[in-house]
Design a protein around this ligand. Structure first.
Ligand SMILES: Nc1nc2c(c(=O)[nH]1)N[C@H]1C(S)=C(S)[C@@H](COP(=O)(O)O)O[C@H]1N2
Ligand SMILES: [Mo]
Length: 533
């Protein structure tokens, strides 16, 4: 049919109008959020709601598949979903007005509800979504209103012969000649340009970390009253292919629920300690940095780390023992949980016993000789040897409530993860990489093993599920850090598998049965396949 061409083109324009309308709505939402809070941005509020509500299976799949790129994957996924819905709203508005406006209004409601559900929300968090909805609907109605209605391109003959004699409104005269009105193209282009500029300004202001970075650049870390023991030679087997003993800040894994990083300064920061305490106190930055500092190397691990995974890192932390602050407030008898809260509302429940039992549980302000990087918790975070990050390592920490496990739960524990999260004994092969091929002869296999706060006593390796053989251990640094190992394998031609297991200083061997990370950490042996030629 000769009229299908113009109809298809106009449908495409309606779809584009939907995308432009939704894009302008998002741009308006970003700009409006500048006046409220980054967490009030409709886009990020919905993203955070998705993060908070993702079912466990999906989350594990996402972390396994995308690792520390899980946030990028979420943004791409949301982008695709939004574009599809936006095209749909444009087409709906064109075919059956005001259906598309209803869809955009629905988006705005979802945004507002998501924003109001942020832990830090006040009622004004809804405002950016409302503004976004209004802008989106106005743009959609304006642009789609400029397109000839779906049936306007039928010829007069076709319309005259319709049996019910229903006569559609006459299209404007220029519509007979022009498939897409010029003013639609002009208006669409204008809106795109305005949305790109204003939305871009909004996004840049929301993501602006310059105040925090300037504060960080001026921060001079105090000297530790108790420095970390020096690292003796033989601790690092990086030359053999094991992960380097100290992980640089740039290489340190990052895991958190923060789609937008909290942007605090030392001046903004204070820590309120309340709940089951003798005296409620608030600690300011100046008070904190006047306290004696300790420096320790501690290996952090994420509970989501798969067997053989890389959600682990070892850094030199500088900070104040958490016990010092608990003692100032005075923990009342019966309290067994420290519920810590981050500036963005994330929560974490830690056994009080692990803070007062003498281990180096600290409120850290330094990481590898620098102030904490923003994404690792600037200006301050918790580090507790022996516990997975989700029950110990609160970044951007601003609030401590002393409470009881029987009365409170935290972010991950209310999503099915275990209340207690001691790190499980584990080991990993770092080199050679899986699937490598090597010449027959001596092949050096190197890796790491960890059992934080217990320590690694032995690592063993087996070839093709044969007998376990002793690996050589690196010099022991401390029970709170990982320990590297190497094994010189007299490799013969053919395809082989190599597996490792660790034995801790309490005499326990690594659990070989395979368990997924949820609810309290993965178990199983790490193995690699090699081809020897
Ligand atoms: N505020 C905040 N702190 C947090 C988290 C979070 O989501 N928000 N995640 C925890 C988890 S699960 C881990 S494993 C560690 C990771 O710390 P890193 O990103 O510095 O490696 O941070 C912990 N602290
Ligand atoms: Mo984690």
């Amino acid at each position: 049919m000769k009229t299908s061409g113009p109809t298809a083109i106009r449908a495409a324009c309606a779809g584009a109008a939907g995308v432009i309308a939704v894009g302008s709505a998002l741009a308006a939402g970003e700009l409006a959020a500048v006046a409220v809070s980054p967490d009030a941005s409709p886009y990020f509020a919905v993203g955070s709601a998705v993060v908070d509500r993702t079912p466990d299976g999906v989350r594990e799949w996402a972390i396994t598949t995308f690792g520390t790129n899980d946030k990028a994957a979420l943004f791409i996924g949301m982008g695709v979903a939004i574009v599809l819905l936006a095209v749909g709203s444009g087409l709906a508005q064109w075919r059956r007005p005001p259906a598309g406006s209803v869809v955009i209004g629905g988006f705005a409601v979802v945004g507002a509800v998501a924003a109001l559900n942020r832990p830090t929300a006040v009622w004004t968090y809804a405002v950016p979504s409302v503004i976004a909805g209004i802008v989106g609907i106005v743009v959609l109605q304006t642009l789609v209103g400029m397109l000839p209605v779906p049936h306007a391109d039928r010829t007069r003959d076709e319309r005259d012969t319709r049996p019910d004699g229903d006569v559609e409104s006459d299209p404007a005269p220029e519509d007979h000649r022009v498939v897409v009105p010029r003013r639609f193209v002009l208006a669409a282009g204008g809106v795109v340009a305005a949305a790109a500029v204003l939305g871009g300004i909004g996004r840049r202001l929301l993501a602006d970390t310059s105040r925090t970075l300037a504060d960080r650049a001026h921060l001079v870390l105090p000297r530790p009253a108790r420095p970390a023991p020096p690292i003796p030679p033989g601790v690092d087997l990086a030359a053999d292919g094991a992960s380097s003993f100290v992980t640089s800040n740039a290489d340190f894994y990052r895991i958190d629920t923060a789609l937008q990083v909290p942007k605090l300064t030392t001046g903004d920061w204070s820590l309120r300690i309340h709940g089951m305490v003798d005296e409620e106190i608030t600690v300011t930055w100046d008070e904190l940095v006047a306290m004696p500092m300790v420096e320790r190397l501690v290996t952090l691990t994420c509970v989501s780390n798969e067997v053989g995974g890389d959600l682990i890192g070892n850094a030199r932390w500088l900070g104040v023992p958490m016990k010092v602050l608990l003692d100032r407030a005075g923990v009342r008898p019966g309290a067994d949980m420290l519920l810590s809260t981050s500036a963005d509302g994330w929560t974490c429940g830690t056994p009080v016993s692990t803070i007062i039992d003498g281990r180096d549980a600290m409120l850290a302000i330094g990481m590898n000789g620098e102030p904490l990087p923003i994404e690792h918790g600037y200006p301050i975070r918790q580090v507790i040897p022996g516990l997975y990050g989700y029950v110990s390592a609160t970044k951007w920490v601003v609030d401590w409530e002393i409470t009881r496990f029987s009365e409170s739960s935290a972010y991950w524990t209310s999503r099915g993860w275990s209340a207690l999260g001691p790190i499980k004994l584990a080991s990993r092969i770092d080199r050679p990489g899986n699937g490598s091929s090597r010449r027959a002869g001596d092949v050096v296999v190197a890796g790491s093993a960890w059992a934080q706060h217990t320590g690694i006593a032995r690592v063993e390796v087996r070839i093709d599920e044969g007998p376990w053989q002793q690996a050589e251990l690196a010099v022991d640094y401390s029970d709170d850090t990982w320990r590297q190992w190497r094994y010189v394998w007299p490799a013969t031609k053919g395809d082989h598998t190599v597996e490792c297991r660790a034995i801790d200083k309490a005499g326990h061997a690594q659990v070989e049965d395979i368990a997924a990370p949820a609810p309290d950490g993965a178990t199983g042996l790490d193995g690699r396949s090699y081809t020897i030629t």
